[in-house]
Structures are given as C-alpha cells and as structure tokens.
Design a protein around this ligand. Structure first.
Ligand SMILES: NC(=O)c1ccc[n+]([C@@H]2O[C@H](COP(=O)([O-])OP(=O)(O)OC[C@H]3O[C@@H](n4cnc5c(N)ncnc54)[C@H](OP(=O)(O)O)[C@@H]3O)[C@@H](O)[C@H]2O)c1
Length: 335
C-alpha cells in the first residue's frame, strides 16, 4: 500500500518549521521590475490562501488574472481587484472534483480566445476521510492529482497553452506541490485510482503521496512537451508552510491545534506567494523547465520523480484511468 512521509498532521505541520529559518538563496532576485504586463495568468484554487495571494500579486504586477475556483465567485475576484487596484481580474467556475466542469472551463477559455502565458495549478485539499466523487474516484486523489492531468491536457490540446509560440516568451506551467512528497513510497499501481476508506493519518499520508504523483507527472509532461527544444517551462514548487485554510477539513481538535500552529509559526500567503511569482515572471526562468524550488531555494525532488520509466508508466496509467471515468477524456496529439 502507498504511503507518504507523514501520518500525523501535527508532526507534518511542525516539519515545516525549520524550513522557515533556512537561508532563501533567490529571495532578492524578485524585484519590482518583474512584471506581467500584457500576459495572462491562470491560477486554480484562487479564492483562498496561496491562490488568492498569487492572484493579488500577479494583478498588482500587471497580469490579466483568471481566478479559477468553486466558491466565493465573484466576491474573491472583487476583493482581488480592490487589493491590487487592477480591473484585469476575472473569476471562472472550476470544481476539480467534477470532471465535466473541467471540460466546461477549458471550453470557456477556448471560446473567449484566451491564451495563457502562465498557468498555476495551485488548488489542493487535505481530507481527513475519504469522499467518493461522481466519477467514483476519491476526492483528494482527483483534486490533487488526476484533475490536474485532465486540465493540463485539455489546455494543451486546445492551444490555450500554446507550445507552438514562436516568440521568446514560452508559456509557463507551474505545479504547486509540497516538499512532504520527499520519501513517499513508489507509485502503487495495484491501488492506483481505487477508492478506499481512510482516516486522518492515512489522509495526511496520501496527501504527500499524491504530491509525489503530481511531481512525477509534471516531470513527464516536461519531457513530452520539450523534446529537443524548450516549448514550455514546466516547473514545480513548494511554498513552504503557509497560514492558509488547508486544514479546514481536519477533525475539530486537530484543527484547533493546527490553526494555532499556522497562525503563530507559518508564513502569510502574501509572503509565501513571492517565490511562485518569481518562477512565473522572472527572466531567470525563461527557457527553464523541470526545475523544483522549495520556497526560494532550488532543490531536487524525490529521486523517484525523475525516473523516465516511472514517468511513462504513470502517464499511461493516468490517461487510461481518465478515459475510464470520463467519456470526454482526450489524448493530446504528439504527447
Ligand atoms: N498551506 C501549506 O502549508 C502548504 C504547504 C505546502 C503546499 N501547499 C499547497 O498549496 C496549495 C494551496 O493551498 P493553501 O495552503 O492555499 O490552502 P487553501 O487556503 O485551502 O486553498 C486551497 C484552494 O484549493 C481550492 N480547492 C479545493 N478543492 C477544490 C476543488 N474541488 N475544485 C476547485 N478548487 C478546489 C480551495 O477552494 P475552496 O475554498 O472552495 O475549498 C482553495 O481555493 C495546495 O496545492 C497545497 O497542497 C500548502
């Protein structure tokens, strides 16, 4: 059976504590001159926490921001407009636990001739017990992993993320992951996509394990999109410990303890979003792909993530599983 690095949410939360004292090598590389003027940026899970802060900061730096989310529409978007002073902010409905909304979302972008310069796959959940979605898949597996496969494939297939762009500004895709993926077990293909019941400790363990899947997929996507030449910068980052709403589904007492830890120790989303902005806009990331940053430090992911055989196997199994649960699933030409 698969397992992640932690099976205790409080230990998992405290593990991030030391990261806050590490030197942040690249933190002075992001300057006020790093701007998105003329660029369109999508961020999923944009109504809360890190995603919301990314939306504000990107809008402040001149981006046309598309905030995707399943709740607080349009309030969160109105708040981003107010905080950033930008009118170039819109919200679109996307519930990653419902596969049909992913298709509708992508079709909406296509219909409106949107081309994304920056795509940030940020949405995520940490569930304390299993929930079955309409597709039959477990919700955390779907939202944190397989829906990101579906969304990126649809965006690439429709040319919304245009990898054939001839100018130097290649599109960027950034996966928001977690350093807790390090040390997760290898992908367990016997249980891949199978619904099973779990409680809080297996839930926290699966959260890290699904981030390992996400990172392995991102690495394989980068390999497939970028053959001889870099057509898109496809990178992964962990924001470090963020004072957000990620623990909202934890059991009551654990939630109270975690909220306290988050409030006292963790960084604000406004601060935590800065390395995300750096990777999304900086010239330092032009032509860079398959790089992992833990906050403002470049680092290696778990070694399993880089294994090409594992990447291919996970890709094939993921696309096949998507096809099994979604009659509208697609296979992108050339990938
Ligand atoms: N907080 C941390 O310490 C930390 C550390 C490492 C990595 N991360 C990662 O950072 C990312 C952002 O999380 P956060 O900390 O900012 O937590 P958050 O405040 O809970 O934000 C998560 C976002 O994901 C959205 N989301 C959840 N389920 C969704 C669904 N079915 N469809 C669409 N959107 C959905 C949430 O929307 P609703 O508000 O509607 O639920 C919310 O906007 C996640 O990928 C998380 O794994 C966080």
């Amino acid at each position: 059976m698969s397992h992640g690095r932690f099976d205790n949410p409080i230990v998992a939360a405290l593990a991030g504590f030391w990261d806050l004292f590490r030197k942040q090598d690249l933190s002075d590389k992001l300057t006020d001159d790093d701007r998105f003027d003329g660029k369109t940026l999508l961020v999923t899970g944009a109504n809360s926490g890190l995603g919301f802060a990314i939306a504000v900061e990107a809008a402040r730096r001149g981006a046309h921001v598309i905030m995707a989310g399943r709740s607080k529409i349009p309030e969160a978007g109105d708040k981003v407009k107010k905080l950033s002073g930008s009118g170039k902010v819109e919200m679109r409905y996307l519930d990653l636990s419902k596969l049909d909304t992913i298709h509708q979302f992508a079709e909406g972008l296509e219909r409106d001739h949107i081309k994304l310069d920056v795509t940030i796959l940020n949405a995520g959940v940490a569930l304390a017990k299993a929930r079955k979605t309409d597709s039959g898949l477990e919700e955390m597996f779907l939202v944190n992993y397989l829906s990101n496969v579906a969304l990126t494939n649809l965006l690439l297939d429709k040319g919304i993320v245009d990898t054939e762009k001839t100018n130097s500004c290649k599109p960027r895709i950034l996966f928001i992951s977690s350093d807790s993926h390090q040390g997760s077990s290898a992908v367990d293909y016997d249980e891949f996509g199978t619904f099973y019941e779990y409680g809080p400790s297996k839930g926290i363990s699966d959260y890290s394990y699904f981030k390992l899947l996400l990172n392995t997929y991102a690495t394989e996507l980068s390999r497939r999109v970028n053959g001889q030449e870099i057509k898109a910068g496809i990178n992964v980052m962990c924001p470090g410990p963020v004072h957000s709403n990620i623990v909202k589904e934890a059991p009551f007492l654990i939630r109270i303890v975690l909220k306290g830890i988050f409030k006292i120790i963790f960084r604000s989303p406004e601060k935590a979003c800065l390395p995300v902005i750096y990777m999304s806009v900086s010239k330092d990331y032009e032509g860079v792909t398959n790089q992992y940053q833990h906050m403002f430090n470049v680092k290696d992911m778990d070694p399993k993530v880089y294994d090409p055989d594992e990447g291919k196997k996970l890709w094939d199994r993921s696309i096949n599983l998507w096809k099994e649960v979604d009659p509208a699933a697609i296979q992108v030409n050339g990938l």
